[in-house]
Design a protein around this ligand. Structure first.
Ligand code: TRP
Length: 442
């Protein structure tokens, strides 16, 4: 077997994992879901999910990865026996599926960044987005993004993923913080914050809000398909895993929250509420550019910062997705890293082309693999660790973390709470497939 990679440092691992987690989901999905789900009521619910569902599953992934030091297929076989190996295979397929549409959205982001740099965003941002999101331009942007991702992956864990994360993640934090400060100076900041931070509790008890928060948390934390198993498989055998899980979850949640402090003032400043409720995509790629255009040169500058941040966030997440598929090929078939990266990345690049031709296809894939299958994967993972592997899981957790009571609570959550919550979420994610599937045929 080819030699496996390893992280060069603890902070390198954390930044890479946070890079995988912080992505388009934070800066686009979170604010959008919050705007639909009663502002702070959604935010509070989201925090609850991160704590009681996300964190236990994230910890489980880190525990599996570090214990087995294998990519998901071999890792799950080691943990639950050959009878659950298919779950690992499913994870790899889900990673493949997610990246195939994620890279298309990343391409749109890159295209708008370029347009802002060139000062070439037209007044009709809606028509512009329609033109760049489907067709040859979208294909080129998608393929260029995939090339970048493949390049990083083939450089290796430490020289590729870690090095890129260590540079890009602090840059991203800085850009987002700067945007939040800028947004606070807008006259729309007051009403924007009010909408964001004043809870509308009537929405809190709608099943849509509840399952939306769970699905969003799962996607945002990159759970349910072994991305975190893969990254933690490059960790040395010591250290405090719950602490790492907590830090990753906290960073991801902070970025999502601060992202809302950027988005809501902008939306209210420019009176874009209607565009936002029309669609999530509309919010990010149509409404925000339209607002910024009215600011002239200053708006152009902010646009560059905003879309740079988005692109960085998307890129480091895309890297984590390709790493899952590549590492499976490296571990299962003994391929070299660059061969695995090019073959897996090339196949995903091809599979992404339909998405670059139809935004409805992107929406459908998001709901299918980015929601339903992720939640299903998380459900299986909780059951496997909570029922088939609990004693070893406990022992591994307690290596470098001496809090038996917390370990007991963790197993209990995995056995009793997480499966129930995820089963309900899965049900609604499947129901949600109806409308997006119909959109394909309209
Ligand atoms: N979490 C990323 C986001 O918020 C997307 C992502 C990257 C992801 N890797 C993943 C989602 C693995 C699920 C599983 O945009």
């Amino acid at each position: 077997m080819a030699t496996r990679g390893a992280w060069g440092s603890n902070i390198g691992f954390i930044l890479a994992a946070v890079g995988g987690a912080v992505g388009l989901g934070n800066l686009w999905g979170f604010a959008y879901s919050a705007s639909q789900g009663g502002g702070a009521a959604f935010v509070v619910l989201y925090f609850v999910f991160v704590l009681f569902v996300g964190l236990p599953v994230l910890t489980a992934e880190l525990v599996i990865g570090r214990h087995t030091k294998r990519s998901p297929i071999a890792a799950l076989a080691a943990v639950g026996g050959d009878k659950v190996k298919w779950v690992g295979v499913l994870f790899v397929l889900v990673g493949f599926g997610i990246l195939s549409f994620y890279s298309v959205i990343m391409g749109w982001t890159g295209r708008l960044l370029l347009d802002f740099i060139r000062g070439a965003v037209p007044e009709q941002t809606g028509a512009h987005f329609a033109a760049i999101s489907e067709g040859p331009g979208a294909i080129v942007a998608h393929l260029l993004g995939m090339l970048l991702v493949i390049f990083v992956i083939s450089r290796g864990v430490q020289k590729g993923i870690e090095r890129v994360s260590v540079i890009l993640m602090p840059t991203l934090f800085f850009l987002i913080a700067a945007l939040a400060v800028w947004a606070s100076t807008l006259s729309g900041a007051g009403p924007g914050y009010a909408f964001y931070l004043q809870p509308d509790f009537s929405k809190l008890f709608e099943t849509q809000t509840i399952t939306g928060a769970a699905g969003q948390a799962f996607f945002s934390l990159s759970l349910g398909m072994g991305a975190m198993i893969t990254y933690s498989s490059y960790l040395p055998g010591k250290g405090n895993l719950p602490g790492k899980a907590g830090l990753i979850a906290l960073s991801d949640t902070m970025v999502a929250f601060v992202g809302g402090l950027v988005t809501f003032p902008v939306v209210f400043h420019f009176g874009l509420q209607e565009d936002v409720s029309a669609s999530a995509i509309g919010a990010l790629f149509i409404a925000v550019p339209r607002g910024l255009l009215s600011f002239g040169t200053a708006g152009q500058f902010v646009g560059i910062v905003f879309f740079s941040a988005l692109y960085i966030a998307a890129l480091t997440s895309a890297i984590s997705l390709l790493e899952v598929v590549s590492s499976a090929l490296i571990d299962s078939w003994g391929w070299t890293r660059s061969r695995a990266g090019w073959v897996a990345g090339g196949a995903i690049a091809l599979a992404g082309i339909p998405g670059a031709l139809s935004a409805d296809w992107v929406g459908f894939l998001f709901q299918l693999v980015g929601q339903a299958f992720l939640v299903f994967g998380g459900l299986l993972l909780a059951l496997i660790v909570g029922y088939l592997w609990k004693d070893q899981a406990r022992a591994e957790l307690l290596t470098g973390f001496d809090k038996p009571a917390l370990a007991t609570g963790w197993i209990w959550l995995l056995r009793r709470v997480v499966p129930v919550m995820l089963a309900v979420t899965l049900y609604f994610a499947v129901i949600g497939l109806g409308p997006v599937a119909r959109a394909l045929f309209e």
